[in-house]
Ligand binder design. Structure first.
Ligand SMILES: NC(=O)c1ccc[n+]([C@@H]2O[C@H](COP(=O)([O-])OP(=O)(O)OC[C@H]3O[C@@H](n4cnc5c(N)ncnc54)[C@H](OP(=O)(O)O)[C@@H]3O)[C@@H](O)[C@H]2O)c1
Length: 263
């Protein structure tokens, strides 16, 4: 199957890395187009992605076309490739904030469109990708899209009107969690742990806790209580976090990201 990336920046590169394992199984060929040919060559070549000279050539070639340009560039690109796309092509837009209605308005009638929101852990196959099928998307196309997105990690269908809120939760939190990791590592460095070890241990603990939540489906409060003994060290730390307003800071940060997404 020919998979094309219209735009080959951070997100397209992360997704093409995420597709490596599926590619090793055979049957996937990746291609990409961008504005700057030299830059495209530089990033595409090491990933085994075939560079295309024009967006139209890529659109003619790809069975699945990922739209990976910045949101303000979407309309112009869709106009440019209109009438030059392969028949029965599945177009997957990852442009944040661009609705299915906006996308459909620039596509030919009957276009097979799916809107997706991956996050940066797709690079290592640990992404959380949300998607909403466009109007008239055939079941077999939707399944093909879902399968492809599943090669980046977890995938979940979501009603489009919830995309801004849920997308902020999955798209912005990698940055929030990195800030948490960095801060925790600072604390450990202050107490004599090397920076390298502190980051590794903090990240592994975060990953393990996240997996514990996903696998057991226990509420985080239950898991928290399991490591909180009376008069112990954990409750001392939790008290400090509450005093410093951690919960409120995180809640407000997420709400601020959602509001910005909608504006
Ligand atoms: N980063 C994330 O965490 C994330 C998460 C979910 C969704 N997204 C979405 O992913 C999309 C891409 O984001 P990004 O972070 O990957 O942006 P980026 O790194 O700036 O990449 C944008 C790409 O678009 C290319 N481009 C610009 N104009 C073009 C044109 N006329 N024809 C062909 N290619 C063109 C750029 O090529 P040149 O460099 O040659 O100009 C570049 O390769 C955005 O819509 C964003 O909302 C991002």
């Amino acid at each position: 199957m020919n998979i094309g990336f219209l735009g080959f920046g951070a997100m397209a590169q992360a997704m093409s890395c995420g597709l490596q394992r599926k590619r090793e199984e055979g049957g996937l060929i990746l291609g990409a187009s961008a504005r700057d040919a030299a830059k495209l060559q530089k990033y595409a070549q090491p990933l085994g992605v075939r560079p295309f000279e024009t967006n139209r050539e890529l659109a003619k070639w790809a069975q699945v076309l990922f739209l990976c340009v910045k949101p303000h560039q979407v309309a112009a690109i869709l106009q440019e490739i209109r009438g030059h796309q392969r028949r029965d092509q599945l177009l997957i837009s990852v442009a944040a904030g661009i609705s299915l209605d906006d996308l459909m308005a620039h596509c030919e009638e009957g276009a097979q469109v799916l809107r997706a929101l991956p996050n940066t852990p797709v690079r290592v196959g640990a992404g959380m990708t949300l998607y909403s099928p466009g109007p008239g998307l055939k079941a077999q196309m939707a399944e093909m899209g879902r399968e492809l997105l599943a090669s980046f990690g977890l995938v979940e269908r979501i009603e489009e009107e919830k995309m801004a809120a849920a997308g902020s939760l999955t798209g912005c939190t990698p940055a929030f969690f990195c800030m948490v990791l960095d801060a925790l590592a600072d604390g450990a460095v202050h107490q004599g742990v090397s920076r390298e070890a502190a980051l590794r241990l903090a990240a592994a603990s975060m990953k393990g806790t996240a997996e514990l939540c996903l696998i057991t489906k226990d509420h985080p409060a239950v898991l928290k209580d399991q490591v909180t003994s009376p008069k112990g060290t954990t409750i001392e730390g939790l008290r400090t976090l509450e005093r410093q307003g951690l919960r409120s800071a995180l809640m407000e940060a997420l709400i601020a990201s959602c509001v910005k997404t909608r504006s």
